[in-house]
Design a protein around this ligand. Sequence first.
Ligand SMILES: [Zn+2]
Length: 342
Amino acid sequence: MSSALQYPFTEPPASGHRIQVAPGVHWLHFPLPFSLDHINLWLLEDGDDWTLVDTGFGSRATRELWRAAFDSALDGRPIRRILVTHYHPDHIGQAAWLAGHFQAPVWMTEGEWALTHRLQTASDEAVAEGFRHLFGRHGLGGDALDTLAGRGNSYRKVMPELPPAPEIIAEGDAVSINGDTWRVHIGRGHAPEHACLYRERDRLLISGDQVLPTISSNLTVRAHEPDDDPVTDFVDSLRALRAALPRDTLVLPAHGLPFRGLHERIDDLCAHHDEQLDAARDACAERPLTAFDLLPVLFKRELDSRQLMFAMGESIAHLNCLHALGRVRREERDGRLYHIAV
Ligand SMILES: [Zn+2]
C-alpha cells in the first residue's frame, strides 16, 4: 500500500504528557502490551474540565499511568465526560473506573454498548462454545482451537468492569464541546457502530480505529452473527466518510500519527480489501478451502494464538463477503465449510 499521507507531528507525546494538536484538542499516548504497542487518546478542553475520547486498556498498569497523569497531563482538572469510540478494550477498558473516579457520564453508541455488554457478561463456557462452533466449522482444530477455547472470556479479563449505562450517541448527532460542534460519523465493519467525531470549523476528525494511517483495522466475524459481512460494512462506511469529509481533513487516529490524506488513505484501504477478496477467490479456484486453509493466502507472517483469533475472524469475513457477492459457493463436509470459486 502506498499513500501520500502528510504527518504534521513526527513524535507522539511522552507518557504522562500531552501535545496540543489543534485549539483545545490534546493528544495523549498510552502503552499497550501487544505488537500494536500504543493507543492515542484525545483530551478536549471543555470549560474548566476535560472531555476525554477513549480511555486506554483495562489493565492495572494503565490505571497506574492514569493516576500519574491526573496531575501532569490533566493539570489536576477533572474529566466531565467520557466519549468511547467502540467496544475494544484498549478504547473502553478504563471507562468504568474513570467514570467512577470523576463521576463522569460515558457517551457511546447503542451498537457499541450492546456488544460491550454482551461480551463482558458472557460466561467462559459460552465463549468457548462460540469459538468451537464458529472456528471449528471454518476449519480450525486441534491444539490451536483448544487453546483459544480454553482462554474463556478473555475480553472480561481486560475489560473488568462495565461502565454505567451510557448516554447514547448516533449518526449525525451534534455533540457540543466547549462551544464547538463535533458531528458523529458512524463507521462499521471494525466494530458494529463505531463513533468518529468531526469538528467542521477546522476539519478535524477523531477517527478511532475506523481509519488508521499504516495498518488496516481488523474485521472479524463473531459467533453470534456467523454470516455477518464486515468487509462490505467497512468499505461502504469508509466510502460514505470519504464523501462526507474534505480531502484536507486532519485525521487523529487511535494508533499511529495524526495525518492528512483521508481520501487517499480510504482509497488504499478499500483497494487492500479488494485485493484480499481477489486473492481469496483465486485460491478457492485452485481447490475448495476453509477459512483456516486460507490463512497463508491472506497473512504472510507467523501468527501467535492471539493473532490467530483475529486472522481467523478476518478470513471468515472475507469469505462471507465473497459468498454474499456470489463469487464463491459453500459445501459442508464433515462439519466444515469449504469454499469453491464460482
Ligand atoms: Zn478497535
